[in-house]
Design a protein around this ligand. Structure first.
Ligand SMILES: NC(=O)c1ccc[n+]([C@@H]2O[C@H](COP(=O)([O-])OP(=O)(O)OC[C@H]3O[C@@H](n4cnc5c(N)ncnc54)[C@H](O)[C@@H]3O)[C@@H](O)[C@H]2O)c1
Ligand SMILES: O=C/C=C/C=C(\O)C(=O)O
Length: 503
């Protein structure tokens, strides 16, 4: 076990909320020899110093998860579900604290955290608790397959798999973490959660909440640190039975290579370059609303429809109305109720975003509005930006910016719209605005995307499969798909003969 200093410096105080900045391993707080700073994107202030995990902590966390696994796997489903519900209760009880800590840590809107994100965190736990209980098992009887087979019973069960490494990004830290933690725990697995180093705090609060809810020690472990320093030791570990990762394509490649050493099953939820297709027959008001919504969370949303594809005949009117509406967005402190767009997570991300915009302009793109940081708010507040005159094969159309930057292209007919929509290496999501039901059926059938929305955006039913095609990911999570991933599926085939008893 790593060293264990006892001082109160291992704490962040965010609006009066105490957050332990150490790891949570085997039901204990564990410090590291070194720390790293956690900076708020709201004003660049240092919030805390976070335990900087490495090989020792990775080893300790996997060992804890391995030791706790048999007990948790053997815990009756109803009891596992009860504890998950108690975690959901704890999240709801501390909703305001979680919301303010998350906003301070990652800069996303406080009102979104209060109204949408943290309630969803609780829902992730409740949903998978209930789904576990309905999942049951599947039985079917073999009727064919030769003279010996008839009457054989196939009994398919979702068995716990073992320790799971869950690695998550900073754009929706607790929501994305619990989307994995909840099904992994429900399935009877133990967890090592590694939150992103730019937003480490709410994962630590989750450890507290889970412990208060009665989750046994070692079932959920939280390790902090830089992916480059602790990642490989987690993903290469032979005792790890599943790896689920949400983040960038570059990191996913690295993780997949590590996982290859033990052939550890992987679930990857990666980036996107999703389109919003606006047909001339669409409700224009609705289409404009959907387009402006893509600036939510300052564009740091994997699913964001960052490519606006608009039918040429309405492009001028659409652009005019879009600009009018987007110009009314208020950028500022994400804790204030009136703010629509907050800051970008980190100066490095701003540089990246601005680099995309500058190179696009150099290649001939026109900045319709935005471009650059907000003059008064300063460097961390990149303005919502719209670019036109962009070529389909240009960098800004093909690569994920992960900031408040949209491009607008036009098309003349359905075939061209579909071609442009599908012509990237990604396939996470797509949104279609049309007033024609048959067109909706035709176009959605052709789009390459894990999720396609029609006349709506980000409507999430947790029973549905969620994930991406192409470079947007590997596998699907959600509902039974989550259990298919987190469990070892087993088929027991029982012959109708050979037993001494018939009971
Ligand atoms: N598809 C989805 O559901 C979804 C959701 C949100 C974000 N994303 C994507 O995430 C990206 C933004 O997040 P990010 O910049 O934090 O991604 P990132 O890949 O840089 O980091 C994600 C996580 O991976 C860790 N990591 C880094 N190197 C590692 C390594 N070698 N081994 C193990 N772990 C390592 C990081 O510490 C962090 O916790 C965007 O591409 C976005 O589209 C996808
Ligand atoms: O930024 C990405 C958001 C992803 C959303 C989900 O994973 C979800 O709603 O489950």
């Amino acid at each position: 076990m790593p060293q264990q200093p006892d001082t109160a410096v291992h704490e962040a105080r965010i609006a009066g909320v105490a957050v332990d900045t150490r790891h949570w391993i085997a039901g204990r707080r564990v410090a590291s020899a070194d720390t790293f700073p956690d900076v708020s994107p709201i004003d660049g202030s240092t919030l805390a110093r976070i335990a900087r995990g490495g090989p020792t902590e990775a080893e300790a966390a996997v060992a804890a998860a391995k030791a706790a696994f048999p007990g948790w796997a053997a815990t009756p489903r109803a009891e596992r579900a009860r504890i998950l519900r108690a975690i959901a209760d704890g999240v709801e009880k501390r909703l305001e604290e979680l919301a303010i800590v998350e906003t301070t840590d990652n800069g996303a809107l406080l009102r979104s955290h209060r109204r949408g994100v943290m309630p969803r965190v609780a829902r992730n736990f409740r949903f998978f608790a209930e789904w576990l209980l309905t999942l049951g098992h599947e039985d079917f009887t073999t009727h064919t397959g030769g003279p010996a087979a008839p009457g054989h019973t196939n009994h398919v069960s979702w068995d716990p798999a073992g320790p799971c490494v869950l690695i998550t990004p900073w754009n929706a830290p607790l929501m994305l973490a619990t989307w994995k933690v909840a099904p992994a725990l429900a399935a009877g697995n133990t967890v090592i959660l590694k939150p992103a180093e730019w937003s480490p705090l709410t994962a630590s609060l989750l450890a507290d909440i889970a412990a208060e809810a009665g989750l046994p020690p070692g079932v959920l472990n939280v390790v902090q640190g830089h992916g480059a320093e602790i990642g490989d030791d987690l993903t290469c570990h032979p005792d790890v039975r599943r790896i689920s990762f949400t983040g960038s394509v570059a990191t996913a490649r690295r993780i997949a290579a590590s996982a290859a050493s033990n052939l550890t099953p992987l679930s990857l939820e990666l980036g996107g370059k999703s389109p919003l297709l606006v047909f001339a027959d669409a409700d224009l008001e609705l289409a404009v609303d959907l387009a402006v919504e893509q600036f939510d969370n300052a564009g740091q949303v994997c699913l964001a429809a960052t490519r606006l594809l608009v039918e040429e005949s309405i492009a001028d009117e659409f652009t005019e109305r879009f600009v009018a509406k987007a110009s009314r967005l208020r950028q500022g402190d994400p804790r204030e109720a009136a703010t629509d767009i907050g800051p970008t997570i980190h100066p490095r991300q701003i540089e990246r975003i601005d680099g995309f915009v500058r190179r696009a302009v150099a290649a001939g793109a026109r900045v319709v509005f935005g471009g650059g940081s907000h003059a008064r708010l300063g460097g961390l507040y990149y303005r919502p930006t719209l670019l036109t005159d962009v070529a389909q094969d240009s960098e800004v159309v093909q690569e994920e910016v992960f900031g408040p930057v949209l491009t607008l292209q036009t098309f003349v007919d359905e075939a061209e719209a579909i071609h442009l929509a599908n012509d990237t290496r990604f396939g996470l999501a797509a949104t279609v605005a049309t007033g024609d039901h048959r067109r909706a059926e035709r176009v959605t059938a052709e789009l390459v995307a894990g999720t396609v929305w029609v006349n709506c955006f980000f409507v999430r039913d947790l029973r549905a499969p969620f994930g991406g095609s192409r470079l947007s990911g590997v596998g699907r999570e959600g509902g039974t798909w989550s259990f298919d991933f987190y469990c070892d599926l087993k088929n027991r085939v029982m012959a109708p003969k050979g037993f001494h008893d018939h009971g």
